[in-house]
Each structure stands twice: as structure tokens, then as C-alpha cells.
Design a binder for this molecule. Structure first.
Ligand code: DGL
Length: 271
């Protein structure tokens, strides 16, 4: 059996493309529908109620595109939403639990850092799940609200002193405590990995939520006999809620695509 409907992926903005990239790498035959809520990013500084409301609208949009699975490619939504997702008519995959398992597996000194948005840190999702699996772990968290706007604007160059200093400031607690593993708890952050490694040193393992989530998506589709049959060339559709000034360039960088992306704007309030 096969299912040729697309994998639906959403994020508050373009950060979720780092997850989409990993899914495409692992499942190249699959059709993809991506929605980035560029008109309302960031989610991470908003109240839990607002994040839940936005997530429900994003999911409704993806369902209107007849997707077979929904991936919340957003640490914030994955940490805060929950109830609504249980009643979705298609399977739902979040990004937190898979990255937690990868971090617990990777750490040697049981000191794990979590760098994420304020809403994610406030939810305590990573810390709670790490301690469930490894009760004697030391979890060092920090919320980094300036990093999402930097990435959305395409400011990711490790040679840029503003980027380097901002990242350095947020990583101070992790450096002080000597974490050997850091969860990039926001899907915008993998593109900052070179800067983060420069600050923390190559010895610290960085956990990219996209990579661990892509495996979870593959496993689920295999289990449900729902992989694409691969007979037709896969289609990738991108939607945003606002065509912001830098979205096209940033999207290409995050996705690692050379060809020009076709991105359509939608009114998310009307879905
Ligand atoms: N990319 C998102 C995350 O993983 C959200 C960033 C934001 O909107 O604040 O948390």
C-alpha cells in the first residue's frame, strides 16, 4: 500500500524549513506542503493561548491541502500545543520528544543544554522529558528571543560580530556549566550551528530537532504503509502568510535549495 498525499509541515516562520530539509533528505520521494506563518512570527514570545490558536489555524490550512501527516516543525508549538492535536484526522508529529531522546543518547557527562524560545523554556517541555529518561541529568536552559528575528532576517554569518556576540550571550550559562550536548530547541537555530560551535567548541554535540524528527516521520509512514509510491516526481509547495522582505533569500538558505522556490501567500485567517 502507498499514500501519495503530501507531508504537511508548518512553523511560525521559515525556521521549520530546517526540518523540511531533513525530511526531504530522508524521504526524497515524498510530496511536501510547507506553511510558514511569516506574518505572525515570532510565536515564542506570545502567550500559550495565542500559540495554540495559531497552531490550530496552521493545521487547518494544511488539512485543506489534503496532507497525510502533520509535522509541527516548531519547538514552540510542539511544547505548548497538545490537546487539539490529539483530535486531528491525520497523524501528528512534534519535534521535542525525538530530540530529547537523541540528546540523552549523546551526552557523556549528563549535562544537557537547551536553547529555545521563551515560550518553550517556560513550558519546561525538554527539561521534563530529559529528566523522565535520565533523572540525574543536569539541564541548563536559556531562552533566546533575539535569535529568531536574526535568522528570519538572514543574519546568520558566523563572521558577523553582532551574530557572534548575541549567540555568545545566550550560551554563557551552558559554557559555565560545561554542557557536552546542546539541544537546538528552536527550529530556527540549526542555521546558527557554525556560530554556536564556534562559541561552545567542537566538542559539544549539537542536536538538530529536524534530523531526529525526520526519522520519526519515516518510521510512522512505514508503519502505516503510507509512503509515496515514487511513480511521479515529488512536488514541493511552499506557503507563507506574508511575503516579508527577506523571506525568499532566507528560505533558500534554510532549505539549502539552489533552484528558485515558488512561494504562495495565503490569508491564514480565512482558511
Ligand atoms: N521555529 C520556532 C521554534 O522552533 C519558533 C520561533 C518563534 O516563532 O518564536 O520554536
Amino acid at each position: 500500500m502507498s499514500d501519495n498525499r503530501a507531508i504537511g509541515i508548518f512553523d511560525s516562520g521559515l525556521g521549520g524549513l530546517t526540518v523540511a530539509k531533513e525530511i526531504v533528505k530522508l524521504l526524497p520521494e515524498e510530496n511536501i506542503v510547507y506553511f510558514g506563518d511569516t506574518g505572525r512570527v515570532p510565536y515564542g514570545t506570545r502567550s500559550h493561548d495565542t500559540i495554540k490558536k495559531y497552531a490550530a489555524q496552521d493545521e487547518r490550512f494544511l488539512l485543506s491541502k489534503d496532507v497525510k501527516i502533520i509535522v509541527a516543525a516548531c519547538g514552540t508549538v510542539s511544547s505548548v500545543a497538545g490537546e487539539n492535536e490529539k483530535s486531528l484526522p491525520v497523524p501528528f508529529v512534534e519535534v521535542v520528544s525525538h530530540s530529547v531522546r537523541a540528546a540523552v543518547k549523546a551526552t557523556k557527562n549528563k549535562k544537557i543544554g537547551v536553547l529555545a524560545t521563551p515560550a518553550t523554556i517556560k513550558s519546561g517541555s525538554h527539561k521534563r522529558q530529559i529528566l523522565e529518561i535520565m533523572p540525574d541529568a543536569v539541564v541548563v536552559e536559556n531562552s533566546a528571543n533575539l535569535l529568531v528575528p536574526l535568522v528570519e532576517a538572514g543574519w546568520i554569518d558566523e563572521k558577523d560580530s553582532v551574530v557572534l556576540e548575541t549567540v555568545r550571550r545566550y550560551l554563557e550559562p551552558m559554557k559555565e556549566q560545561g554542557v557536552d550536548t546542546l539541544i537546538l530547541g528552536c527550529t530556527h537555530f540549526p542555521v546558527l550551528a557554525p556560530v554556536i560551535s564556534k562559541v561552545l567548541g567542537e566538542g559539544v554535540t549539537l542536536i538538530n530537532m529536524g534530523a531526529s524528527t525526520a526519522y520519526a516521520v519515516k518510521e510512522l509512514l512505514e508503519k502505516n504503509d503510507a509512503l509515496n509510491d515514487g511513480c511521479k516526481a515529488p512536488e514541493k509547495l511552499f506557503f507563507v502568510s506574508d511575503k516579508t522582505q527577506t523571506f525568499k533569500e532566507t528560505a533558500a538558505v534554510l532549505l539549502g535549495e539552489r533552484e528558485e522556490l515558488i512561494i504562495e501567500q495565503v490569508d491564514i485567517n480565512r482558511v
